[in-house]
Design a protein around this ligand. Structure first.
Ligand SMILES: NC(=O)c1ccc[n+]([C@@H]2O[C@H](COP(=O)([O-])OP(=O)(O)OC[C@H]3O[C@@H](n4cnc5c(N)ncnc54)[C@H](OP(=O)(O)O)[C@@H]3O)[C@@H](O)[C@H]2O)c1
Length: 281
């Protein structure tokens, strides 16, 4: 099976490409300069020449701050680029897996864990782009699988890639001058990227639709970190750990029932983070 992975130099795309290669898939990993997803013509030429059976679409402007500052540029990548891929998938009969985000639940009036069935009207540019891309891809190509991903972390760091929770924790644990401050009003799932990647082959077989695709978490960020530190007996870190009083309240936790009904499961945030820190600290 031939799989096109967009964004294959990025945090998720690079790990996805390595995993699918290890499983024996024929993986196509054009870099941005070889395939700019905002260029419809280039996308069509790629499909004609390489005939992928499926696309795992990881390319994006994933920096939410940049999306806010540069809405037109980021809309071209996050929405138009995704639409270009959906149109090509329809024309060439390929399955599209689109990487969306739990940020679509930001500003929901309902408490988490959120269901895919909620009617949403997110406030941030990035979240609006992700929701619009989900909807437009689905209209063009009803077989599209949109995966709402949570914030992800990795045990490994590759040169030049953006930071994540584990990098911040490792830095703060080794340098006491750095803050260890988390909000007790911020509720979200956080997922190990390897768990996401290992569930992607199953995601390819899902019927078209939107799926929450990440770890559940019944705690806020402050208590998530606190419980993990307690279980690891990190007494010094516990004395430094404080509640961040400035963070705005947020609850973007996702309900994994639909994904689980298709046999796809994620360990809880606390448990997976604990396992990870036990091995990599
Ligand atoms: N990381 C997370 O915690 C997280 C959480 C929720 C959802 N997501 C979503 O998951 C997906 C992957 O995220 P990520 O963290 O792996 O992103 P990332 O590390 O920022 O990687 C983005 C990738 O997209 C490529 N790209 C950007 N513009 C492009 C264009 N016009 N044409 C082709 N390629 C382009 C980049 O290549 P260049 O660098 O060469 O431009 C890079 O390879 C994204 O859709 C993101 O929104 C991520």
């Amino acid at each position: 099976m031939k799989i096109l992975i967009t964004g294959s130099t990025g945090f998720l795309g690079s790990r996805t490409a390595a995993y699918f290669s290890s499983l024996g898939y024929e993986v196509q990993t054009p870099v941005h300069s070889q395939l700019d997803i905002t260029d419809k013509n280039s996308v069509n030429i790629w499909f004609r020449q390489h005939q992928p059976h499926a696309v795992i679409h990881c390319a994006a402007v994933s920096d939410t701050g940049r999306c806010q500052r540069e809405p037109e540029f980021s809309t071209r990548v996050n929405v138009t680029g995704s639409v270009n891929l959906a149109a090509a998938c329809r024309e060439f009969g390929a399955k599209l897996v689109f990487c969306s985000s739990d940020q679509v639940y930001h500003a929901s009036p309902l408490p988490g864990p959120h269901s895919e069935r909620e009617i949403l009207s997110p406030e941030t540019v990035y979240a609006r782009q992700k929701l619009l891309a989900e909807q437009q891809c689905m209209e063009i190509c009803p077989d599209t699988v949109s995966l709402r991903l949570s914030w992800m972390y990795s045990e490994t760091s590759l040169p030049g890639e953006h930071g994540h929770l584990l990098v911040s924790l490792r830095n703060a644990l080794t340098d006491a001058s750095l803050p260890l401050s988390w909000s007790d009003r911020d509720f979200r799932g956080i997922t190990g990227v390897d768990a996401v990647v290992k569930n992607l082959p199953a995601a390819l077989a899902l019927p078209g639709g939107v799926y929450n695709f990440g770890s559940g978490n019944d705690l806020d960020m402050y208590h998530t970190i606190r419980r993990v530190f307690e279980e690891l007996n990190l007494t010094d870190a516990l004395t430094r750990l404080t509640r961040n009083p400035n963070a705005a309240p947020r609850d973007i936790r996702m309900d994994g029932t639909l994904t689980a009904s298709h046999g796809i499961f994620f360990e809880s945030t606390r448990s997976s983070l604990l396992h990870c820190l036990k091995t990599c600290l």
